[in-house]
Design a protein around this ligand. Sequence first.
Ligand code: AMP
Length: 249
Amino acid sequence: MKVLVAIKRVVDPNIKVRVKADGTGVETANVKMAMNPFCEIAVEQAIRMKEAGAVTEIVVVSIGIPQCQETLRTALAMGADRGILVETDAEVQPLAVAKVLKAIVAKEAPGLIILGKQAVDDDCNQAGQMLAALLNWPQAAFISKITLNGDHADVTREIDGGLEHLTIKLPAVVTADLRLNEPRYVTLPNIMKAKKKPIEVVKPDALGVDVTPRLTTLKVQEPPKRGAGVKLADVAELVDKLKNEAKVI
Ligand code: AMP
């Protein structure tokens, strides 16, 4: 079975995000970029299923600027087989991601699509659900476990009240939650091997998809700075402040 994994290039989650001086967005020039952490978990899951013999090919897809090829190479170094870059300079919003992936699915016919549960830059948590709706395929978002079982997958989902166990018919769309696995580190020999793995570059137009943003960002600004704290003498003073100043008790 072929598995398709969608991976997004985002600002490295370990660095502090800065807002552009003109308030139009977040600074990405000369900033360290990385694979979205939930997408890393998605790639790792596909590799584990291939190692277990349930998957034959892993295709990774990224949509964005040419530098997304670096992110695809990282996934190839982890163990994916080939990459597809859907190249565009446009800001790609979740609906456009879902439409592009639907077009790729029409070409590749995977048995399973794994996405991250959300991209840590836009925090949208939408692309997987939109893709499943466009394809009219079964979906399981926020999975923390998956076992392939012939034409079905048994999944565990993390929901507010606890864990939900579902059996979904394949082909299906799933999105990876934090506890699904711990992604492996890429080794130097695998980085070298990944250089020889193929990456196909296509434009959204060639897939018949219009990726023009539908939402407009009005303004992006830093959260207000936190004021300095104060030291209180005792609990009585704390209770007094909570009651009379903060008025929370
Ligand atoms: P979001 O709905 O934006 O929070 O993104 C959820 C998931 O959709 C991500 O973890 C990726 O798997 C996928 N995704 C979002 N944007 C892109 C992109 N530009 N290229 C490839 N996959 C993406």
